[in-house]
Ligand binder design. Structure first.
Ligand code: UD1
Length: 419
């Protein structure tokens, strides 16, 4: 794993050619790992990616008393959990530590958590998680910056979310697993990772339906059984590699990836001149020369254009032919990469949630900072295109979500190394 001082050195200009087996989804595997503590028998999660966020989740699980062995496939035994208080320092490393709240309440009727850390891309409150749990009868008190949750009075019911938050949907789904009767969650997130969590929970004996639509129904069950589960592939990693090829030129094949989860990106890239072919679970993308700009990129909840692909698309727009308007609707502070791109010669104007990107003919390599996970990935893509040397600092942000990123790009022909 990376250290805080790791950097990427990139010499831009190479086209990308070759094949990539797309890693398992970070955003699917993190709630699934948290959900594994719902079961008091050992379970196996297949092909767990070797990324920093997963290691941080392992540390939190071990601190709770979970026994865990991982060599690609992960064997998890949560039969002996005795601790319902999440370690405050460990929670600061990982926003997804919040996913343990629902499972702890479901299984033990109590949980003490801290406000979670994670990427600095906005306020990222957890009010939707807490309000939803209160609707199901959880009593919540704040003590010494910790949130104490008492679920002894929990009852099934109806929860209407004010906004279809991915994390709140997943947390509430897990919290209601064992409640007698039927719980309905309304205006929920429809992301593929929510569907995957439902499939994982059902593979252990849960009775949940509706994920992928705006309403999820949970019929309480009494207990769960062991399972072996393979989470879905990472649509954001697949998308990042598609944009990498779009920006550098070349042709790559992405293997074992579900194109249906990336339709909004595929539509945008096709509309500006990339050739994209789908054969079963493979995506082939070809890009020749400078592409036209995408007129409007409006980030939305799924199936709209993903906020997690906004930074990578901004890098592509920075060198495209024309003007692109980007509107970030999901997070209020997700343009830190723009300042770094400007250091490389990009022409970008920012006003609140809107960025106007006027494509330039060339970017020039520069030392830049990866300010968060996807911002870092976007800057790597810009570096692959820029003239000369680009140094990316703080690559630990990138290591949170991309497995073996620099070696994958190197195998495709990029000149990139970790120092
Ligand atoms: C998940 C993804 C993240 C992605 C995001 C949006 C994981 C591990 N992470 O994050 O990669 O960028 O979905 O697709 O799956 N909000 C509130 N109150 C809450 C919860 C959220 O106001 O209680 C707001 C957030 O500040 C944000 C918006 O809702 O503005 C979306 O957040 P949410 O869907 O919850 O994202 P995460 O689950 O944190």
């Amino acid at each position: 794993m990376s250290t805080f001082n790791d950097k990427f050195l990139i010499v831009g200009g190479n086209e990308l050619y070759g094949e990539v087996d797309v890693q398992t989804s970070k955003n699917a595997v993190l709630p699934i790992l948290a959900g594994s503590i719902l079961c008091d028998k050992p379970i196996v999660i297949k092909d767990v990616p070797n990324i920093l966020d997963v290691h941080n989740m392992f540390a939190i699980l071990r601190d709770l008393g979970v026994k865990l062995e991982c060599d690609k496939d992960c064997v998890i035994d949560a039969s002996d959990i005795t601790n319902f208080t999440l370690n405050q320092d460990l929670c600061k490393t990982l926003r997804s530590s919040i996913f343990l709240l629902g499972p702890l309440l479901a299984r033990f009727k109590r949980a003490v958590i801290s406000f979670p850390g994670g990427c600095d891309i906005g306020n990222r409150p957890i009010d939707l998680h807490l309000n939803g749990l209160q609707k199901l009868g959880v009593k919540i008190t704040n003590r010494h910056s910790q949130i104490c949750c008492d679920g002894r009075g929990m009852k099934s019911g109806i929860v209407q979310l004010d906004f279809p938050s991915v994390g709140a949907t997943e947390n509430l789904m897990m919290s209601a697993m064992f409640l007698k009767g039927t719980t309905k969650l309304i205006n929920v997130a429809k992301e593929p990772e929510v569907v995957d969590l439902q499939n994982f929970l059902n593979s252990m004996g849960a009775s949940i339906s509706g994920a992928g639509t705006a309403e999820i129904t949970i019929n309480g069950v009494n207990n769960l059984h062991s399972t072996q589960y393979a989470p879905i592939d990472d649509r954001i990693v697949a998308g990042t590699l598609m944009i990498a090829t779009a920006i550098t030129g070349g042709k790559i094949k992405l293997k074992h990836t579900n194109f249906k989860n990336n339709q909004s990106l595929i539509a945008k890239l096709s509309s500006v001149g990339c050739q994209i072919d789908i054969k079963r679970d493979n995506i082939y993308i070809t890009s020749k020369g400078r592409l036209n700009s995408v007129d409007l990129i409006d980030t939305q909840v799924y199936p709209g254009f993903p906020t997690d692909m906004q930074a990578q698309m901004m890098s592509l727009q920075a060198v495209s032919n024309g003007v692109s308007i980007i509107c970030e609707n999901v997070f209020e502070n997700r343009y830190k990469h723009a300042k770094e791109l400007i250091k490389m010669g990009a022409d970008i104007i920012l006003r609140d949630r809107v960025a106007v990107v006027k494509g330039v003919a060339e970017l020039n390599g520069a030392p830049v900072d990866a300010t968060d996970l996807r911002a870092g990935a976007g800057l790597v893509l810009a570096g692959l295109k820029a003239n000369g040397y680009t140094t990316i600092n703080n690559v630990y942000h990138i290591d949170r979500g991309y497995e073996n990123f620099e070696n994958i790009l190197k195998d495709l022909g990029a000149d990139i190394k970790r120092v």
